[in-house]
Design a protein around this ligand. Structure first.
Ligand SMILES: C=CC1=C(C)c2cc3[nH]c(cc4nc(cc5[nH]c(cc1n2)c(C)c5CCC(=O)O)C(CCC(=O)O)=C4C)c(C)c3C=C
Ligand SMILES: [Fe+2]
Length: 354
């Protein structure tokens, strides 16, 4: 029985093309339409187009600055590396990658899976920290798209949160250590501040039960203790377009406040497994400028998208599904963020907050 593994990503335009970026933004806003109370689906699309038009000039500027996003080639390389690793391990499997908001779009990939007739499909979102608008929404979208294909009913499973996988933590911790060494930084120097920067999320999603902020906090604590960091800050990169509340504090504010305390700041972009506008522009350009204004040199840790251990980590995570043994043998358990049959993660045992 051949299995398809679908690596799910956010997607980002490879070229700064206005029409493409407008459509990309419209899809993102529509996917998050539940943040507001639209009266109908048509009204939700209308509102998404309005928000997209408003956001377009700013985002175009970002893509022009970097000549388009490198996310797509990096995601393709990850899929190829996983393919090779699984082949070396003797698994008969085909790897796809699908994007929530850019081609190859999830519904198109679902059609392809049906045409090829895979009997089993495993969805693996490449988001290190499970969240409702990314991990959960991407899996929902793939399962719904498969359901919509007439007469196609493969076994469907998915893996949501994998930030607790030990190898992943080692990749991030060693990445920080190596970067500090290369840049000649002493992370224990009181003049060197450290900030974990996470993509933010609307607080409405947390109120509805997402544990994203807790994952951010526990992962930052684990990495800090692996690298012997006693003091650090967490900041969120927010996308406030609708006048609703997002996670606090913002990375920008955190860095501005550090101006009185340190000479430099090291920033770890903990939410990402690809370089993209959030790292290459929001951090490397905009945040570096904000930091300079308060007298801080900013050093941004690179995203370990091509770490040679990453394909092995993904292969370990998917192995029970390919070999037919019980995923709980590897501590994978029923996911609580997506409480659907066949959805597994490493996070189910999260202690309740307070
Ligand atoms: C490659 C680009 C992006 C990644 C990866 C990404 C990850 C990510 N996003 C959220 C939560 C939200 N993001 C939202 C909007 C949004 N995100 C990106 C890009 C990436 N996000 C863009 C271009 C946009 C559009 C808005 C903008 O200002 O640029 C939203 C929706 C907000 C809304 O509808 O009002 C959410 C929610 C998380 C948690 C995450 C994790 C890695
Ligand atoms: Fe986002």
């Amino acid at each position: 029985m051949e299995t398809a593994i679908v690596l799910l990503n956010f997607g980002e335009p490879s070229e700064p093309d206005r029409d493409v970026v407008l459509e990309y933004l419209t899809r993102i806003f529509y996917d998050n339409a539940s943040l507001e109370d639209a009266e109908s689906e048509e009204a939700a699309w209308e509102r998404s187009r309005e928000l997209a038009k408003r956001r377009l000039p700013g985002l175009m500027e970002e893509y022009e600055e970097i000549g388009g996003s490198p996310l797509q080639p990096q995601a393709t390389a990850q899929a190829e590396a996983l393919d090779e690793t699984l082949e070396e391990r003797g698994h008969d499997v085909t790897i796809y990658h699908a994007m929530q908001f850019m081609e190859p779009l999830i519904p198109d990939v679902a059609e392809e899976l049906a045409e090829e007739g895979f009997e089993s499909v495993l969805a693996v979102p490449i988001y290190p920290l499970c969240g409702p608008s990314t991990t959960v929404s991407a899996i929902d979208s793939l399962e719904e798209s498969i359901d919509e294909v007439d007469g196609y009913e493969p076994d469907f499973s998915s893996i949501t949160g994998w930030h607790r996988a030990p190898v992943y933590n080692r990749i991030r911790a060693e990445g920080i250590r190596e970067f500090a060494e290369e840049e000649g930084l002493d992370l224990s120097d009181p003049d060197t501040a450290f900030v974990f920067s996470a993509h933010g999320t609307p607080t409405k999603y947390l109120e509805e039960g997402s544990r994203y902020d807790q994952y951010v906090e526990e992962h930052a604590a684990a990495i800090a203790s692996m690298i012997g960091l006693e003091e650090y800050e967490i900041g969120y990169q927010n996308h406030q377009n609708r006048g609703i509340d997002w996670t606090e504090p913002e990375t920008e504010e955190v860095v501005e406040d550090l101006g009185d305390e340190a000479e430099r700041v090291v920033v770890e972009p903990m939410s990402f497994m690809h370089e993209q506008s959030e790292t290459l522009v929001e951090l490397d350009v905009d945040l570096a400028e904000d930091a300079a204004e308060v007298g801080l040199d900013l050093h941004r840790v690179p995203v370990p998208h091509d770490d040679p251990r990453f394909p092995g980590l993904l292969a370990d995570v998917v192995e029970p599904f390919l070999s037919g043994f019980e995923p709980s043998y590897y501590q994978l358990r029923q996911c609580q963020c997506r409480d659907e049959p066949g959805t597994y993660c490493f996070n189910a045992g999260l202690p309740p907050e307070n």
